[in-house]
Design a protein around this ligand. Structure first.
Ligand code: DP6
Length: 423
């Protein structure tokens, strides 16, 4: 540890909603039109690491590097809103205790990296803003004074879905009613151990076009979609209660029915937007057909569904399934219909050595009524990458001080810099 360096390094996970947040009632404070509920994914596979340092010598109020590329910190922007709130809380502490260093007045440097490739096409704003809030709160020694729900309100100012990445396991974002947003926060529904046999498969779908961002897409839906108003008033409140119950009872059949219904409802609202927004593509829809056929064939045998699918503001599918035999079956079926996806089998469900995986995965044993021609075998690479992961824990403090985990060098510049911004 280097003396007189004020620094912290923390990590935060990605979360995937099973009841979607789509729409804001206040765009500046990022207050949603409805409650939402998500599952936090394991940080071994998907996480953001952030180092924050403050120093009286830093001349700019804040500098930020994301995956080695410096980003503009705009006054009045989302990052600025998060930092203002953290500085205000720090200044309150300094006012009460004059022996504390005046960190709230010093410049900040922030360096953030994801352990998943940018090319994976996964949104990183949720893990990114959660890591930022947790790291700066740790640096400012605010953690003992702030609950995780308090922290979630700071992360929310960066990106709505980020508030849910402040917790592990199963997390609800309560939309709240107050105009100042002081009751719009995330709470834990259940921790990661609650349902140990739930597994997750992220199918990264190949897509050439750049989609509409969630921020602008959801406002267009709020302004133009009558279906969204119905969803907010009549669909989500009931579904939230049913989802809480499905999770509390580890009822996979109910969890699957609710998750798939909510994903389809959200994408229907996108289609009901003027002009319509299409996030799912042909490959996404083929995954839906395949999973629905697998679940239908299982139901005909009197069995529970094998997988739930959900899609965010892009074409990637996230599948929830049970660990063990079901997980292996889903992986084999997906690899059969979507060959050529990069997959390194981190949980060793298909074998111990990824080099031994066959290029052409044969179909595993499936119920006899399964219709194998439900979709064709797709062109190699239609699904680019498969990430097999599981439910994970909340943010972690890697170190408070400067040590091996630091993403900033002693001179305050990033350890890894990239020359040009990737498109
Ligand atoms: C489809 O949190 O990215 O993933 O608050 O404008 O930053 P902003 O939007 P963002 O929206 C996420 C939308 C979603 C659904 C969800 O995560 O609940």
């Amino acid at each position: 540890m280097v003396a007189n360096v004020y620094q912290a390094t923390c990590t935060a996970p990605v979360n995937i909603a099973v009841i979607k947040y789509w729409g804001k009632r206040d765009t500046r404070l990022i207050l949603p039109t409805n409650d939402s509920l998500s599952v936090t994914l394991d940080q071994d596979h998907l996480r953001t690491v952030t180092t924050a340092r403050c120093d009286p010598q830093f001349t700019e109020p804040a500098r930020l590097w994301l995956n080695g590329v410096e980003e503009q910190v705009n006054a009045g922007g989302r990052l600025d809103a998060c930092l203002k709130e953290l500085r205000r809380l720090r200044a309150d502490r300094e006012a009460k205790d004059s022996s504390l260093p005046k960190m709230s007045e010093w410049g900040l440097r922030l360096c953030s990296e994801n352990n998943f490739p940018t090319a994976a096409g996964l949104a990183s704003s949720a893990s990114g803003f959660a890591a930022l809030a947790v790291t700066v709160a740790t640096l400012y020694e605010l953690r003992d004074k702030l609950s995780d729900s308090d922290l979630s309100m700071i992360a929310r100012r960066g990106s709505g879905s980020a508030c849910r990445s402040v917790f592990g396991g199963y997390v609800a974002w309560e939309s709240g009613e107050k105009t100042d947003g002081s009751d719009s926060l995330a709470v834990s529904v259940a921790d990661r151990q609650h349902w140990p046999d739930l597994d997750v498969l992220v199918c990264v779908v190949n897509d050439a076009k750049k989609g509409t961002s969630s921020t602008s897409g959801m406002q267009r839906t709020v302004e133009t979609s009558p279906l969204l108003q119905h969803r907010i008033k009549h669909v989500v409140p009931k579904r939230m209660n049913e989802m809480r119950q499905a999770i509390s009872q580890r009822d996979f059949a109910a969890f699957t029915a609710l998750t798939t219904a909510d994903s389809n409802d959200f994408h229907a609202c996108c289609l009901d937007t003027a002009p319509p927004i299409f996030y799912m593509n042909d490959t996404s829809r083929a995954i839906v057909q395949l999973v629905e056929e697998l679940n239908r064939a299982r139901a005909q045998n009197g069995q529970d569904p094998i997988a739930a699918y959900t899609f965010d503001a892009g074409p990637n599918a996230v599948l929830y399934m049970r660990k063990g035999q079901d997980s292996a079956t889903v992986l084999r079926v997906i690899r059969h219909y979507f060959p050529g996806a990069f997959f390194d089998d981190p949980q060793h469900v298909l074998g111990t050595d990824k080099d031994q995986l066959p290029d052409k995965e044969p179909l595993p044993n499936l119920p006899t009524s399964f219709q194998a021609d439900v979709i064709p075998v797709h062109a190699s690479g239609s699904v680019r990458r498969l990430i097999h992961t599981r439910v994970g824990d909340g943010p972690r403090v890697l170190e408070h001080g400067i040590g091996q985990e630091s993403l900033l060098k002693e001179d305050g510049m990033p350890l890894r810099l990239q020359r040009a911004k990737r498109a």
